[in-house]
Design a binder for this molecule. Structure first.
Ligand code: CTP
Ligand code: MG
Length: 169
């Protein structure tokens, strides 16, 4: 059972986690929204979503998806893992859109969604691609999300101490 779960976690969320961690190394870049203000007078996405970050994420997701599919000796897995990692990056962008609409400034916290944005989007991508059903795998998914929250808090604290992030969340 534990073995099954660890395989599930690494196989399906490894590439998405790598892709999502990559953009953090971009301190300043070209904002995806190019400074655009939405009808509510707030930024569309904000300065925390950059083209450089997105490209780094897509590249990181590619390399991780490739490595993981080679490790599991399943080449058909590669495109699915890469697509799911890109879906995760888009999920993070959608989360920033929602945060701005809620009046939360760039870098200010929105607990749970900040940590799970990419994982939720990747999970939906797998469900839509028919890789696994959210309903069949619900217990593994909940466990995965719990581990991601813990990992997120740990890595963000490290990134903050390394001065890669301005705030520890
Ligand atoms: N990042 C980026 N481009 C992206 C995603 C992330 O450059 N497409 C970088 C930014 O430097 C960002 C950091 O990764 O600050 C961490 O991402 P995240 O925590 O999602 O951004 P926040 O700064 O918290 O901004 P937001 O409030 O919009 O979530
Ligand atoms: Mg985010």
């Amino acid at each position: 059972m534990l073995n099954d779960f660890l395989v599930f976690l690494i196989k399906y969320y490894g590439a998405a986690m790598v892709a999502n961690a990559m953009p953090v190394f971009i301190r300043e870049g070209t904002p995806i929204d190019r400074g655009l203000i939405w009808v509510d007078g707030k930024r569309l996405l904000g300065n925390g979503k950059t083209w450089e970050g997105l490209c780094m994420g897509i590249l990181g997701g590619y390399l991780a998806a490739l490595s993981i599919s080679i490790f599991f000796k399943d080449t058909l897995l590669f495109p699915k893992l890469w697509i799911a990692s890109i879906a995760g990056l888009l999920g993070d962008i959608i989360e920033s859109f929602l945060k701005r609409r809620l009046g939360i400034r760039r870098g200010d916290p929105l607990p749970l969604l900040d940590q799970l944005d990419f994982a939720i989007a990747s999970t939906i991508a797998y469900h839509l691609m028919g890789e696994f059903s959210i309903f069949d795998k619900i217990s593994f998914i909940i466990l995965t999300f719990t581990i991601i929250i813990i990992l997120h808090i740990t890595t963000n604290t490290i990134a903050y101490l390394m001065k890669l992030k301005d705030k520890p969340w």
